[in-house]
Design a protein around this ligand. Structure first.
Ligand code: SAM
Length: 278
């Protein structure tokens, strides 16, 4: 009953042209009340994810969630730039551990959002491929790269339930696969396994990867969810640390190290393509 009332309220707001307010109210309501239910197919959840992230076209909350400069938490440019700077340091560590001497020339980021990672790497890149389910986020990433004077951007919008199409769209083997603050938004654990296999397929022989997932600490908040994408978008998918380590390894990526941020339950996996292992 309450759910229907909120949905109607959302509809009323939408018809009045202030969709963001309605969506936000519904989101808060769902997030605090809907905690269990029947599992939904991953393919359906993937389409829900596509709808959700495409709302960055006009929704301030989703722009903040997608790390757009000048929006929400990223009003301060230093905070926004620090995202890519810290990830670049981790990538440099991965290169050292992998004994990779060559610079990164071709990078692919899965889920680049507002481009906070992209701008931290452009000084060494020839191409930056951004793969996302949200066209508005890819456009925003492109705007930031143009602002940096970078001309090697290749955006790839994928159908949310068909990530494998990236294999046809990606132009060349990549030196670096980067994916941060995205696996937790995947519509299920198996989806994350599929993307991890794609990472291994896309990487050049001596390529490296930095993948961050949320880890499951045994609490309800950080456990993997199976329904109602919109309510759980921020905490949808997580893995036990040894579980993802094995997933990466089975996919053909050799784990070199894992770093934790225990505050937000982030696990950063530093990886290299096993095909390059002597
Ligand atoms: C929190 S933002 C992260 C942005 C960036 N990676 C960073 O660390 O600043 C999440 C991004 O992942 C994208 N995304 C969500 N699900 C995705 C999926 N299944 N495949 C590709 N991108 C996805 C969203 O559209 C959004 O651009």
């Amino acid at each position: 009953m309450m759910v229907r009332t909120l949905e109607r309220l959302q509809h009323v707001y939408a018809s009045e042209g202030i969709r963001g307010v309605g969506r936000r109210l519904a989101r808060r309501f769902h997030a605090t009340t809907v905690t269990s239910g029947t599992a939904e197919p991953e393919s359906k959840l993937a389409l829900d994810a596509g709808d959700y992230w495409t709302e960055s076209s006009d929704d301030e909350f989703i722009r903040d969630q997608s790390h757009w400069l000048g929006h929400g938490r990223y009003s301060d440019e230093r905070v926004w730039r620090s995202i890519g700077q810290s990830h670049r340091r981790l990538v440099e560590t991965a290169c050292q551990l992998a004994e990779r001497k060559e610079p990164i020339r071709h990078m692919l980021e899965w889920g680049p959002g507002g481009g906070a990672n992209a701008v931290a790497f452009t000084d060494q890149l020839e191409t930056f491929t951004g793969v996302d389910i949200s066209q508005p986020n890819l456009q925003q990433c492109g705007r930031q790269l143009i602002a940096e004077g970078f001309g090697g951007f290749h955006p790839i919008v994928i159908e949310p339930d068909a990530p494998e199409h990236v294999l046809e769209a990606c132009r060349q083997p990549i030196d670096l696969f980067l994916c941060t603050a995205v696996y937790q938004h995947f519509p299920g654990k198996q989806y994350g396994e599929r993307v991890t296999r794609l990472a291994a397929q896309l990487l050049d022989t001596n390529g490296v990867a930095l993948i961050q997932t949320r880890y499951d600490d045994g609490t309800r908040k950080y456990s993997a969810k199976t329904n109602n994408y919109r309510a759980h978008a921020s905490y949808f998918t997580s893995y036990a640390i040894d579980e993802f380590w094995a997933i990466a390894s089975d996919a053909g990526l050799e784990p070199l190290a894992v770093r934790l941020n225990t505050k937000v339950k982030y696990a950063y996996y530093l990886l290299k393509n096993r095909a390059g292992t002597n």
